[in-house]
Write a protein that binds this ligand. Sequence first.
Ligand code: GTP
Ligand code: MG
Length: 290
Amino acid sequence: MYTGIISVVGRPNVGKSTLVNAMVGKDLSITSKHSHTTRSQVRAIANGDDYQMVFVDTPGIHKPKFTNSEQLNEAAYDALEGVDVVLAVFDGSSSIGKGDSFIAELVQERKNVFVVMNKCDSVSDIGLLAKRARELSDIIPDAKAILMVSAFTGKNISLLKKEILNSLEPGPQLFDAQIELDMSHEKIVSEVFRESLIRLLKEELPQELGVLAIENEELSRGDQRYFDVKILVTRKSHKPIVIGKSGSMLEAAGSRARKRIQTLLNSRVVLKSKVEIDENWQSNPHYGDY
Ligand SMILES: Nc1nc2c(ncn2[C@@H]2O[C@H](COP(=O)(O)OP(=O)(O)OP(=O)(O)O)[C@@H](O)[C@H]2O)c(=O)[nH]1
Ligand SMILES: [Mg+2]
């Protein structure tokens, strides 16, 4: 059995979570067009006959603004320690900026680093893509390979997987083969609900939105699980936006989330959501993970 931990790092919004989902063949990590969608490490597992790859999706590395932002960066830095393979992900469709160089420098000394140029489906000038790849290989001369991929179309995803497999050592299985996502059910509910909301909401709100789901043990049974879902917003004016006209926004987000959660938890699910204003939730360590 070839097993290993594969960390996925990069700037916000380069497509790390979409890439992880493409690698495991299932939508396990939440994604959106907004930056800072992933807020804590997500371990998604690809199980094969003779391999187990544990992908560690991480929050995009960025300049900290709040206490929790620092925690986001730490979650990404931690993911570089003691891992077998590092996927340094870049947006192949835009030029290499300071943030990208920073990531490249961060991983340059690590072993088994793959430079992954994602979003290649939206690159029209191949020359430019090659130039960007050269810039990165100058910073990470020891990278095992530079791959041009598209997490969207699946281009070169199986090639990347094969390259990763070639870098893994034989070892014991790390997780039970049935496990696809190493995350508590409450966290899954929180994250999927947050994804549903941020996909429906406008630009500035998503980063300021927290979702915290707690299972109602009194009502939950084996075949029907109940969760109280608290949605945290930082401003009074945000509350009606999240609720929507006659509750339409919350209802739409809740119904989309419920469908996905039911599949992930393999059970019927009831969600009871409530919006609360807490202007400091992003600086409250209690919500660090949310
Ligand atoms: N065109 C194109 N878009 C992509 C590709 N992969 C991801 N995206 C889009 O890029 C946006 C960000 O994707 P995510 O996977 O959430 O990015 P991320 O790096 O995990 O972002 P954070 O968690 O915020 O750091 C989404 O709108 C995706 O649909 C790709 O291969 N091609
Ligand atoms: Mg992400």
